[in-house]
Ligand binder design. Structure first.
Ligand SMILES: Cc1cc2nc3c(=O)[nH]c(=O)nc-3n(C[C@H](O)[C@H](O)[C@H](O)COP(=O)(O)OP(=O)(O)OC[C@H]3O[C@@H](n4cnc5c(N)ncnc54)[C@H](O)[C@@H]3O)c2cc1C
Length: 451
């Protein structure tokens, strides 16, 4: 690399902090990280519902439709330095190898096959914590006892929450790094087909040699539209993990501690890790007497979209619109209901219910497919794992927005490195996969700068 390059990173969330910190390791790069929110800090609170309450002014409440027929509902996203990693439940899993091999097989993203990403996961400078016996809580311990493949969940916790902001504090940094908080980017400035800077909402222009978008899967498409980038697929391909909660009233209030401490992946119809059951020691109620199982479909076929008519933005997930998802989710929910109604978890002496009318979970086992589908549609939730709205693929692929290395097709100097570019949602919670992806795209950007 001959001269100093200025890279502007838009969004200081999980991906943005990882990219900015990684690029700033190079002495020839000067990074400006622009984050719309405040510094969310790291914090010692293990209870993620408490973190959400404490940081309520640092959360975006978006309105979305989860299914094709549902009315809009509140959908949480982080706003502040560290992004999702500063407020989430800290569960840190890579996702099943087959999921990444699908990226390679179905979307031609051969550099993202498991053999390559496994190395990248191993290289991340994270110290994860597996809850010890005293930290497991009632639900965590019960799940481990009742499901043979259940595991203690690795958590992004090491003497406190490990937010992605830790990537900004590396001692061996050689390049310059400036972090600007409360800086909302409205668009990328494009000149002759090249990104040359960004415009802040108050009108200031910040010049750049390269711009990396990391606003998250629900914001990055909006910045691309505002910048007059004309790839028709921007906003399509939206995914999250559909989820429902089976709840129970505990015999005693849950102790302070980690909310989620154990999980089990479930194979469905021959697809490995197609479902996930997470043990919630507490679900955020003030009395701390409600626990539950979060039951989520992790291998997902349905696709939604984020769209705009030029003024309003519409976010539609279209969850369970693909009949393969309905079939798999029915199977998963029946397995979970059996576990609490007649299986191992029924022996805890607790009453398990499946909705806010306190309907016993056993009722789910008596439902025909169409009845269970209706129940799923009315009780459906999500995991705040939006991905896929600017997916990777070849230039000729009409549904791709960025190259396999994160470069926006048709515009030079412009990259996307956040959850938007996943072609298919990983079969696990998304924070660790986003960290891996952002760290690899930072490496590709460095290769580009050095070439
Ligand atoms: C409540 C909650 C719980 C979760 N629990 C888990 C979990 O336990 N385990 C797990 O693996 N995953 C979890 N996740 C998901 C995980 O945190 C996300 O997948 C991850 O944070 C996505 O990273 P990202 O960088 O794409 O987006 P984000 O981390 O959301 O970062 C986007 C950043 O961009 C900023 N921004 C947005 N617009 C602009 C703009 N115009 N200008 C400047 N900055 C902007 C935002 O303020 C934000 O800081 C959870 C998410 C939430 C919200």
């Amino acid at each position: 690399m001959s001269s100093l390059r200025t890279v502007v990173v838009v969004g200081g969330g999980t991906a943005g902090c990882t990219v900015a910190g990684s690029l700033a390791m190079d002495e020839n790069i000067s990074v400006v990280l622009l984050e719309a929110g405040a510094d969310l800090g790291n914090g010692q609170d293990r209870d993620f519902f408490q973190v959400l309450k404490n940081k309520d002014d640092s959360i975006s409440h978006l309105q979305v439709s989860l299914t094709e027929t549902s009315s809009t509902a509140n959908y949480l996203q982080a706003k502040g330095l560290g992004g999702g990693s500063a407020i989430n439940a800290m569960v840190s899993l890579p996702g099943h190898a087959d999921g990444y091999n699908e990226w390679a097989r179905e979307f031609g993203c051969t550099e993202w096959a498991w053999a390559s990403v496994a190395q990248a996961f191993d290289g991340l400078p994270l110290a994860l914590h597996r809850p010890n016996d005293d930290e497991l809580g009632i639900m965590g311990a019960a799940l481990l006892e009742c499901i043979p493949q259940a595991q203690r969940s690795p958590l992004a916790w090491h003497n406190g929450r490990q937010s992605a902001a830790m990537f900004l504090d590396q001692d061996s940094r050689k390049g310059a790094l400036e972090v600007r908080l409360n800086a909302t980017v409205s668009r990328v400035v494009i000149k002759d087909g090249k990104a040359v800077g960004v415009e802040l909402s108050e009108g200031n222009i910040i010049p750049a040699d390269l711009v990396v978008l990391c606003g998250g899967a629900l914001v990055t498409p909006q910045i691309l539209w505002a910048s007059d980038i004309a790839r028709p697929a921007i906003g399509s391909g939206l995914q999250d993990h559909p989820a429902v909660m089976l709840g129970t009233v505990l015999n005693a209030p849950a102790a302070d501690g980690f909310v989620v401490t154990a999980h089990a992946f479930i194979e469905i119809d021959g697809v490995a890790d197609a479902g996930q059951i997470m043990a919630y020691n507490y679900v955020g109620d003030t009395s701390r007497t409600l626990g539950g199982l979060g039951v989520a479909l992790t291998h997902v076929w349905s696709r939604g979209k984020i769209s705009t008519d030029g003024s309003d933005v519409k976010i539609q997930f279209n969850m369970l619109s693909d009949q393969r998802d309905r079939q798999a989710f029915r199977s998963l929910v029946r397995q979970a209901a059996k576990l609490v109604a007649t299986g191992g978890l029924s022996k805890l002496g607790l009453d398990w219910t499946c909705d806010d009318k306190a309907t016993p979970c056993g009722v789910l086992l008596e439902m025909q497919d169409n009845e269970l589908d209706s129940w799923l549609m009315s009780n459906l939730g999500h995991q705040s794992h939006p991905v896929g709205t600017c997916r990777m693929g070849e230039f000729e692929d009409a549904l791709a927005v960025v190259s396999h290395r994160g470069q926006v097709h048709g515009t030079s100097g412009l990259w996307v490195a956040d959850a938007s570019v996943f072609p298919k949602i990983p079969r696990a919670n998304t924070n660790l996969p986003v960290t891996m992806l952002a760290s690899r795209i930072a490496g590709f950007i460095l290769d580009f700068c050095r070439s």
